[in-house]
Design a protein around this ligand. Structure first.
Ligand SMILES: Nc1ncnc2c1ncn2[C@@H]1O[C@H](COP(=O)(O)OP(=O)(O)O)[C@@H](O)[C@H]1O
Ligand SMILES: [Mg+2]
Length: 275
């Protein structure tokens, strides 16, 4: 059914080179206002030209809204958002799709898959993601045992690596829920992964493990990753490229060191002494 998916986790055979095979997302003249106030107004922004990119900016800059616009979980006032799949020139207008169809096109954001941590055990949540990535997922979920057998290696690879307190029980702490949310996104086999504050509330040890995992996925599976994050250690350590957003616009872009030292960023966001 979805056996080919087993090959990429846990034993990666990809060369990791993948130049030109990662997808990009282009935001074109896209705006969103709430109650007449424009909160996002992006003229032309391309995301995903580097494997891991960061999106930073002060609270209220419009980062989360921009991610929700990309996922089409809120409609745009105007403009378009286009996914370029790979080197072959295939394009999909994401802003024409429903949110539920995004994953089929490989675009996945944390915090939007399912949030019913109280009803699904850790293991069931992972199985649901595996089932969801199949075209036949509604059928697959009814043969759960088969699904588990087919994907046991993949699921246990995550369970072993992340030491859940009780994989047959429910995710307990906020940290476990957050971790599970990200693992479920990865089990959907994203091609473009959007992470909105992935490390907020996580203990340092889990944060570091998680970032290592994201880095591995980005390089080995050619996933494009966009991280919105206030923990700037994560941004400076993880990202190849950073977009700085203020008052609804992306005002600066560049390598981490350039952004970190730029006077606009220092003045508007970091404050004196931060760097
Ligand atoms: N659903 C909404 N209704 C009204 N205002 C909103 C809504 N979502 C976001 N906003 C406003 O849009 C601005 C940008 O918010 P947000 O995108 O969450 O910023 P960030 O993620 O950069 O902190 C904020 O002023 C916020 O209050
Ligand atoms: Mg936000």
């Amino acid at each position: 059914m979805v056996d080919e998916a087993r090959n990429s986790v846990p034993v990666e055979e990809s060369s990791g080179d993948g130049a030109g095979s990662r997808p990009t997302i282009r935001v074109q003249n896209a705006a969103k206002s709430f109650s007449g106030r424009t909160v996002v107004d992006v003229e032309d922004l391309t995301l995903g030209t580097h494997s891991i990119e960061g999106l930073i900016g002060p609270n209220g800059a419009g980062k989360t809204t921009l991610l929700r616009m990309i996922m089409h979980s809120i409609p745009l006032d105007h403009g378009a958002i286009v996914l370029s799949s790979d080197g072959n020139g295939a394009e999909t207008v994401l802003s024409d799709l429903s949110t539920s169809r995004m994953a089929q096109h490989g675009v996945v954001k944390t915090n939007q898959v399912i949030t019913d941590f109280e009803q699904l055990t850790v293991l069931d949540s992972m199985l649901l993601s595996v089932a969801q990535r199949s075209d036949e997922w509604a059928f697959a979920i009814y043969r759960e045992q088969g699904l588990h057998t087919d994907h046991a290696d993949e699921i246990h690879w995550y369970l072993d690596r992340f030491d859940f307190e009780d994989s047959f029980g429910f995710a307990n702490s906020a940290g476990e829920k957050k971790l599970l949310d990200i693992i479920r996104c990865l089990l959907l086999k994203p091609r473009f992964l959007l992470l909105d504050e992935p490390t907020a509330g996580l203990p340092d040890r889990i944060r570091d493990q998680l970032m290592e995992l994201i880095r591995e996925k980005a390089t080995q599976d050619d996933i494009s990753v966009l991280i919105v994050e206030h923990d700037l250690h994560v941004i400076w350590n993880m990202c190849d490229y950073v977009h700085f957003m203020a008052e609804g616009r992306v005002v600066l872009q560049g390598e981490p060191a350039y952004i970190r030292d730029h006077e606009t960023v220092v003045e508007q966001y970091l404050g004196s002494g931060h760097v």
